[in-house]
Design a protein around this ligand. Structure first.
Ligand SMILES: Nc1ncnc2c1ncn2[C@@H]1O[C@H](COP(=O)(O)OP(=O)(O)OP(=O)(O)O)[C@@H](O)[C@H]1O
Ligand SMILES: [Mg+2]
Length: 235
């Protein structure tokens, strides 16, 4: 397994949010974290990448312990994070945003290049000289994902990539997520739209009250109305 999360505890100030999250992902897999609002999906991602410092537990990237390290070290060593609130450098051009994301490729993973990103998203090529702040929400989402991929990560965490996007852009983003997997990168995905999460994931973890309360294949979750009712559907 390229990334192993074991018994992760974390929170904000006095509020403890994660109570022992454990799961693992291998190269070339998409593993989704699904759950209700506030269940701890984003916090799990932040704790993995070191933006929230874990109280205890372990995050191993290719066997090397990450828990307790700084976010910039973790990202530099190969875990990329695309947050819910897509962050672009507003006053820099699209192209400059992409250049800032570039890092040398890692062994065993086909390199992502700026040209490849432009081929994926011709829209970004058309807008390469425009300020990133002037892009639409969907375009900013694409730019954020592209910039993260240019870091040539081994694992990428993507939090709600399709949120608020027009349907044709959703389809494009979904395609890219699947291509990332094909390149041998491990993708951890938080996706609110269950049909999308089930369609593209290899395995699904259901998060409830800061723990993984169920895990299995999309097919198994489709069959299990009880788990869906208990942990996913709005009461
Ligand atoms: N910066 C923060 N400070 C304090 N509490 C926070 C902070 N961020 C999140 N929380 C709390 O932690 C809990 C889990 O939040 P988290 O963001 O992990 O949920 P989520 O599963 O991603 O759901 P959603 O994205 O719908 O909010 C919630 O109760 C939330 O209010
Ligand atoms: Mg969230």
């Amino acid at each position: 397994m390229i990334l192993e999360v074991r018994d992760l505890h974390a929170g904000y100030g006095r509020s403890r949010i994660l109570h022992g999250v454990s799961f693992a992902i291998d190269k070339g897999e998409i593993v989704s974290l699904v759950g209700r609002n506030g269940s701890g999906r984003s916090t799990t991602m932040k704790a993995i990448v070191g933006l929230v410092r874990p109280d205890s537990g372990s995050v191993r990237l290719d066997g090397a312990e990450q828990a307790g390290r700084n976010a910039y070290e973790i990202v530099r060593d190969g875990i990329a994070y695309v947050p819910e609130e897509r962050r672009v450098f507003d006053n820099l051009s699209v192209h400059e945003n992409l250049v800032l994301g570039c890092q040398s490729p890692r062994h065993g993973i086909a390199a992502w290049t700026i040209d490849r990103m432009y081929a994926y998203f011709p829209r970004l090529l058309e807008r390469r000289g425009m300020k990133a702040g002037s892009l639409s929400g969907g375009e900013q989402q694409m730019l954020t994902i592209c910039r993260s991929l240019l870091g040539n990560p081994r694992v990428i965490l993507i939090d709600e990539p399709t949120e608020g996007l027009a349907p044709h852009i959703v389809a494009r983003v979904v395609e890219v997520v699947q291509d990332i997997r094909k390149n041998g990168v491990a993708v951890i995905l938080v996706e609110q739209k269950l049909t999308i999460a089930l369609r593209i994931s290899d395995r699904v973890n259901v998060v409830g009250h800061g723990q993984i309360v169920w895990s299995g294949t999309p097919a198994a979750l489709r069959e299990d109305a009880d788990i869906r009712r208990r942990w996913l559907e709005v009461a």
